[in-house]
Design a protein around this ligand. Structure first.
Ligand SMILES: O=C(O)c1cc(C(=O)O)c2c(n1)C(=O)C(=O)c1cc(C(=O)O)[nH]c1-2
Length: 255
């Protein structure tokens, strides 16, 4: 059994808790996933990158639902105020602004039909199951666990940097404009992650709380990992596209 899977035996200091959270990210975050490595190393074709962007749209679209449900459960106005910036980051202040709109610039740039993308009807079943599991987790678990599950963002700037530079280098069908989603994330993610880490290290003092926090981060790494597993299975090898999913040869609309 790996270190990070061993149950805690005694409460950790805030520093030791943070170190353990970071070692979970090092071992379980999706920067190690074969599909992510193929994406950043230029080993995917246009269809496979389209499949990634189409499926990940569902994650993007559901993040504000997740954050709104968390805000609804927070008693502290100061914390609600801080968390509210995440909604603005994704939804923008006006039509055409924010992360979801920027993600649609990517799917547009890749030649995917916008209505098809926004409908989410052609995503992989496993994408929907994994993302929905995250939404349910945040709704149903304690506020502490819900906040801890966002801590994958501690690791996202690293993977985003590698992904964007690799994609720009290797693929002529993407550009800095179509990948514009990621640029603001490089400052938004550290701001959000620092705040969540501060909350978690201040509020998880007892052993059971600390164990729950560690498990929440492992759960969330699995949410991200599972999405890439599903993409790999459907669009890389063995290439089994589930019936009804995008690029299913028997389905009508493949754009
Ligand atoms: O590109 C990535 O690899 C990546 C990872 C993650 C993450 O680690 O959960 C997020 C994002 N991007 C992202 O763009 C984003 O808005 C986001 C919100 C959250 C969250 O859990 O609240 N994670 C992530």
């Amino acid at each position: 059994m790996n270190d990070i899977d061993a149950p805690l035996r005694e409460p950790l200091s805030a520093e030791a808790l943070e170190a353990r959270l970071r070692s979970i990210g090092e071992q379980r975050y999706h920067h190690r996933h074969p599909f992510q490595l193929m994406l950043q190393n230029g080993e995917l074709d246009r269809r496979q990158v389209q499949a990634w962007a189409l499926n990940r749209y569902y994650y993007q679209a559901m993040i504000p639902h997740k954050d709104a449900s968390l805000i609804a459960r927070l008693d502290d106005p100061a914390l609600r105020r801080e968390w509210r910036s995440r909604l603005v980051d994704h939804d923008g202040e006006a039509e055409g602004e924010g992360g979801i709109s920027r993600w649609l610039m990517l799917t547009d740039g890749l030649g995917l039909d916008r209505d098809m993308v926004v409908s989410t009807r052609r995503i992989l079943p496993a994408t929907r199951f994994a993302v929905d599991a995250y939404i349910h987790f945040v709704r149903e678990r304690s506020v502490l666990e819900a906040i801890a599950s966002s801590l994958t963002e501690l690791f996202s700037p690293m993977v985003i940097g590698q992904r964007v530079s690799g994609m720009l280098k290797h693929y002529d069908f993407v550009s800095a404009e179509t990948l514009a989603y990621f640029e603001p994330r490089l400052t938004q993610a550290p701001r959000d992650a620092d705040m969540a880490l501060d909350y978690v290290t201040r509020h998880a003092r007892r052993l059971d709380q600390q164990q729950a926090v560690l498990d929440a981060l492992i759960f969330k790494c699995n949410v991200l990992w599972t999405q890439l597993d599903a993409l790999h299975h459907a669009y890389v090898a063995p290439g089994h596209v589930p019936p009804g999913a995008w690029s299913d040869k028997g389905a009508a609309d493949d754009r």
